[in-house]
Design a protein around this ligand. Sequence first.
Ligand code: C5P
Length: 222
Amino acid sequence: MKNKKKIIKIAIDSPAAAGAGTVAKKISKHFNLLYLDTGKIYRLLAFYKLKNEKKFKNTFIRKKIGKLKIKDLQGKYLLSDKIGIEASIIAKNKNIRKIVHNFQLRCAYKFPKKFNGSCLDGRDITYKIVPDADFKFFITASTKVRAKRRFKELKKLGRKIAYNDVFKSIKKRDYRDYNRRFSPLKKTSDSILINTSNLTKKACFFKIKKIIETKQKKNGNI
Ligand code: C5P
């Protein structure tokens, strides 16, 4: 009898610029998982809102999300600070979160057969979107480290921005994300804490890879 493929689902929550996206992408590639950066969905919606606020109604949002493909979320234009701030305002809206929910579920549970599972990162993934994930991580770093990283990233993209403004905007977003009423950012008790303040990207990748492989070995999955 053919061996049934063991599916793995990874859920990651993290505050802005903690390095979750970078490591999630690497881990997904390594374990052949479908990767979804859920923040990009809110960023894309923020882009639409900034482009035409009058048009930005539930029916419009539903239509856009209904047709959404992961490849639509890859544009560098979504990385700006302005869009990040607007995304965190949009993300407080319960109706918008509901619309986005189904798309995330599809990615987490109904990924194409060529993948061995899924890996989603965001703010409410570990307890709302994929509560039954096989691996849950809360990835964080100090505000200063995160602001420095985001500043470098934005500079690399050629954006004219001051470090202090990046620092302030990260603090503002943290406040909104941790304190909102619906789906706030939090570390669940069953999530493994990874502090990346003093970790290189490589070290962070190996740390998470080891955690996954150790559990898989223990369960006899590899
Ligand atoms: O992860 P990123 O910084 O791109 O996310 C942009 C914003 O989208 C966050 O500040 C947060 O307010 C929102 N978001 C969310 N829930 C998620 C992912 C992102 O509320 N699952």
